[in-house]
Design a binder for this molecule. Structure first.
Ligand SMILES: Nc1nc2c(ncn2[C@@H]2O[C@H](COP(=O)(O)OP(=O)(O)OP(=O)(O)O)[C@@H](O)[C@H]2O)c(=O)[nH]1
Ligand SMILES: [Mg+2]
Length: 226
């Protein structure tokens, strides 16, 4: 068994608009970039706002953060036609070889968008407590089958009257044993657990134990024609 595969591990971060995906990625960079060689690809519909946010936070050298402007519904670029994202990932891999970890942030979408396993090796789905405690019960491919589900911004729970333990229990019930992590950027212990999960999955990938799986497609829907 090889002790590492020939390319870096690719980790996707998806979830509804504003649930804290970019902040989570910044936290991951701060936690892991001393031990893992990292780069980031962001997806926005019309801007490179998220890439600029991460560059401004100085969590990685600016050249290691690349923006893909999808120009369309976010799931299109992370699932239906991943070409632009794959090119961005491969550019980073070539420019900064050898990298250990590339994190791809999806544009904020609804509850249904997930990454294609052709683009990422594992994916995190990010909810936040401000979206309502009942969201976790509503299911969908990301909530039910992403490799890790984050219940984010737990520091806000008292202000929005959400019971975090109940939300985690509801999420765990629909996930059949897959992990759920309650997170806040202000919760050092939870940030440590997030770092440990990523270390674990990167380690499993390197020694050939990680198998990428597909959370499944979003529900059928159509886009209005202009
Ligand atoms: N209170 C609190 N606010 C947070 C936390 N994480 C992120 N935020 C705030 O939530 C807002 C959205 O965070 P982002 O990280 O930009 O969220 P995002 O999911 O990347 O947003 P889009 O890319 O636009 O979908 C910002 O105002 C953040 O400061 C957290 O743990 N606690
Ligand atoms: Mg973002």
């Amino acid at each position: 068994m090889p002790d590492r595969t020939s390319r870096p591990f690719r980790l996707g971060v998806a979830g509804p608009v504003g649930t804290g995906k970019s902040t989570l990625i910044a936290t991951l960079c701060r936690t892991l970039s001393a031990e893992l060689q990292m780069a980031v690809v962001t997806n926005d519909i019309y801007t490179d706002e998220d890439a600029r946010l991460l560059r401004a936070a100085e969590v990685l050298p600016v050249e290691r953060i690349k923006a893909v402007e999808t120009g369309a519904c976010p799931h299109t670029a992370i699932r239906d036609d991943v070409t632009a994202n794959l090119l961005a990932v491969e550019d980073l891999e070539a420019a900064f070889a050898p990298l250990d970890l590339i994190v791809v942030e999806s544009g904020g979408d609804n509850l249904t968008a997930t990454f294609s396993p052709a683009l990422v090796d594992a994916q995190i789905f990010c909810l936040d407590v401000a979206g309502g405690g009942d969201v976790a019960r509503k299911g969908g491919p990301g909530i039910e089958r992403a490799d890790l589900l984050i219940v984010n911004k737990t520091d806000l729970a008292p202000h929005v009257e959400v019971d975090v333990d109940q939300m985690v229990a509801d999420a765990s019930a629909v996930r059949g044993g897959l992990p759920v992590l309650a997170l806040s950027r202000r919760d050092a212990e939870a940030v440590t657990r997030l770092g440990e999960w990523v270390r674990g999955v990167v380690g499993a990938y390197r020694d050939g134990r990680h198998v990428a799986h597909d959370p499944g497609p979003m529900a059928p829907h159509s886009h209005a024609h202009r």
